[in-house]
Design a protein around this ligand. Structure first.
Ligand code: GTP
Ligand code: MG
Length: 195
């Protein structure tokens, strides 16, 4: 598989889908998954070099639709609403699971890669483990991006990274920080390699 030269800066929003029938299918999907507030929308902005492409917030539960950004006419970056946000109402949780679970079930063949975000300081939560199990059993291709790496000192960073590596052997694991920019190019590289 050749690595394609992609202009990540050439990205624009093309759909905010609240319903599965709105999901665009003309290009392959690169999906950003993880718990609410882990940094999915922030990572998309870093990858595309655009501060305001995906909306971010310090309060969890910001992204509520499936947001599709078209990059270089080559693929869609898919920003998902995060899981594990306890304060959502039952109605909102039901809507979330119908939309996100329905998306994974119905668009498996369009998903080229999942970038699974795990907070490096928090480590894998019970919900993260459910997601990892799901991706493994569904045979979905994924990498792990360990976010907010800037919040740890050198020692704890290594301890937590090694733990993630031992729990997910043979899996690409990238440390990411929105503050320093580390991990952005590596994540771009992984995306380019699957196309
Ligand atoms: P939902 O849309 O609720 O699912 O959340 P999300 O995963 O899209 O999180 P978002 O990108 O909105 O980021 C949540 C908060 O974390 C924001 O305040 C970001 O500025 C912050 N954040 C994201 N990445 C990093 C990082 O690498 N380091 C630090 N220190 N903060 C980060
Ligand atoms: Mg978001």
């Amino acid at each position: 598989m050749g690595s394609k030269k992609i202009n990540f800066n050439n990205s624009k929003i093309i759909m905010s889908a609240g319903f599965l029938k709105q999901v665009p299918v003309s290009l392959p999907h690169i999906v950003f998954s993880g718990r609410s507030n882990v940094g999915k929308s922030t990572l998309i902005n870093k990858i595309t070099n655009q501060n305001k492409l995906a909306r971010t917030s310090s309060a969890p539960g910001k992204t509520v639709t499936l947001n599709f950004f078209e990059t270089d006419k080559t693929f869609y970056l898919v920003d998902l609403p995060g899981y594990g946000y306890a304060k959502r109402s039952e109605t909102e949780k039901k809507k979330w699971s119908e939309l996100v679970e329905g998306y994974f079930k119905n668009f498996t063949e369009h998903i080229k890669l999942i970038v699974q975000l795990i907070d490096l300081k928090v480590g894998a939560t019970a919900d993260d483990l459910v997601m990892l199990d799901y991706m493994n059993s569904a045979g979905l291709s994924y990498i792990i991006t360990a976010t907010k790496a800037d919040k740890l000192n050198k020692t704890n960073r290594e301890i937590n990274l090694n733990k993630l590596k031992s729990e997910n052997t043979d899996r690409e694991i990238i440390a990411f920080s929105a503050l320093s920019g580390e991990g952005v190019n590596e994540t771009r590289g992984c995306i380019a390699r699957v196309l």
